[in-house]
Each structure stands twice: as C-alpha cells, then as structure tokens.
Design a protein around this ligand. Structure first.
Ligand code: MLT
Length: 264
C-alpha cells in the first residue's frame, strides 16, 4: 500500500499486527531495490520501504539535503506509522542514514541490518569525486552519471547474466530529478563520521557485504563488525555492492536466520 507522508512516497506490505522492518535504500536508487526482501518478509513482518527525498517518487523540492534531514525523514515515517521498535535495514547511503539514526536514537529500534555501507565520512578524494559528479550532471544531464555510477555498483556476473534487469535499473534512475540526485550527493559529501559511536550500538546488528563489493569492500565492513558488540557478519557470495538485488536468496536467508536467532 502506498502512502504519502509529508511528500514522501512510503510503501507498506504485510499485516499491521506483525513486527516491523523499515528498509532504507541506497543511492541513486529507490524503494524497489528491496522488492525481493519485501516479497519474502511481508509474510511475517510489516515491511516499510520509502523513497528517500529527491529520489524515486519523492519530490526533490529545493534539493538542499543533509544526512540529518534524511534521518529526520526516517524518524517522521516511523512516528507517523506509529511503528514500535522496527528493525532498521539500510544499504549504503541508507546505511549512512541508519548509522546516524542509531547514533541519535537507537532506543527506537529493536535491531539493525547494515548492508554494504561504511561509518567513515568521505575523505578529501571522496568529496572531490562527489563535486565532480555534481559538475558532470550540470554539464551532461543525469543519464551519463547514473549509468557510470550504477555500473560500478554491480558485479560483472549480474551485468552479464541479468542484462535487461540491469538496464532497467539504469533507465529508471536516469529519469530521477537531477536536483534530488545532486542533493543526495551533497548530503553524502557533508555527512558526519559515525565510527566513534559504533561501540555504543547495543542492539543486535547484522552486517551484510557482497564479496565483490567495490565501494564498501568486506574489509571495511569487517572493521565495523569488530567495533559493534552484538554484531554478526555475513559475506554474500556472487554479489557486488547491491547484495539484495544481486543475491536475494542468500541475503534473505541471512536476514531470516538473524531475525529468528534474535527472536525478532
Ligand atoms: C550507495 O549505494 O548508496 C552509494 O554508493 C553510497 C556512496 O556513494 O557513498
């Protein structure tokens, strides 16, 4: 079911009587990247996914986003839907949002699933890369940037064997509002570093990382894993950065095992 909450497109699936999982997508994608997880887990959980402001169906407005405003939006969705301690699941930029949300208000969540993400803020090289991305979008439009960025996110196998699905993802993101995409880049460029707070996370946490993730490789996530007390780590075979799309069977199995084991 689709709901509009303060302009955001929010999607719910599953019974309101179930415990809830809220899924926060990566950049430059939308809520549909969680389709395989929502299909599986809505049998037993209320699954909530939404389009981050400026991406997918959620309007860009003035595009002046910060990671803080993205966390404000997450909190607003949780409050509006009256969710009681949902499991928080975020991938990459969704993981940056999740990590800052945990720093700000971990008492609102029963557990966390951090997929293909990192706690460090952008270094100088990363910041300049984002700036070059904004410049490129201004000069060439969104499509060439989206194609190159998304190409880096997937492992070769998926790009070769699921060509049509891969092209569809690129085409979809190429049609997003460039103002929103640039706003997302600015929010990531200016985000704070959450590494120092990892030791304060005291809810069960599952870290998921594709074995071929070129953006947030397994050693980066292993470092986070060692800093979180109740953490588990799952390396996903045959996947790059977009594990929930590239190997949904293994991701779903790891999430299911984690939920059952922790009585969630
Ligand atoms: C994402 O998938 O959300 C992005 O790769 C994150 C980033 O560019 O840092």
């Amino acid at each position: 079911m689709k709901k509009i909450i303060n302009d955001l497109s929010v999607f719910t699936s599953g019974s309101n009587d179930f415990k809830s999982i809220i899924f926060v997508h990566g950049f430059p994608f939308d809520h549909t990247m969680w389709q395989a997880q929502v299909d599986e887990f809505s049998k037993d959980y209320l699954c909530i996914s939404y389009d981050i402001r400026g991406l997918g169906e959620s309007p860009a407005g003035d595009g002046q986003f910060t990671m803080e405003s993205f966390v404000d939006d997450l909190e607003m969705v949780i409050d509006e839907l009256k969710l009681n301690k949902p499991v928080l699941c975020g991938l990459s930029m969704g993981g940056y949002i999740a990590l800052r949300a945990l720093e700000r208000m971990q008492e609102k969540f029963s557990a966390a699933i951090l997929c293909d993400t990192r706690s460090e803020a952008d270094n100088n090289e990363g910041k300049l890369k984002r700036a070059a991305g904004i410049k490129r979008i201004n000069k060439e439009g969104l499509a060439p940037f989206a194609k190159d960025f998304i190409t880096n996110c997937f492992w070769e196998d998926f790009k070769q064997n699921k060509k049509e699905e891969f092209q569809k993802i690129i085409e979809k993101s190429s049609l997003f509002d460039p103002v929103g995409v640039k706003g997302g880049l600015l929010a990531m460029l200016s985000r704070s570093d959450t590494t120092a707070s990892l030791g304060k996370i005291n809810i069960p946490t599952l870290l998921i990382c594709g074995e071929h993730d070129a953006l947030t490789p397994p050693p980066v996530m292993m470092d986070m894993f060692h800093k979180i007390s109740k953490a588990e780590f799952a390396e996903i075979q045959k996947a790059g950065h977009m594990t929930p799309i590239e190997n949904p069977q293994m991701v779903n199995k790891e999430i299911k095992d984690f939920l059952v084991k922790n009585n969630l």
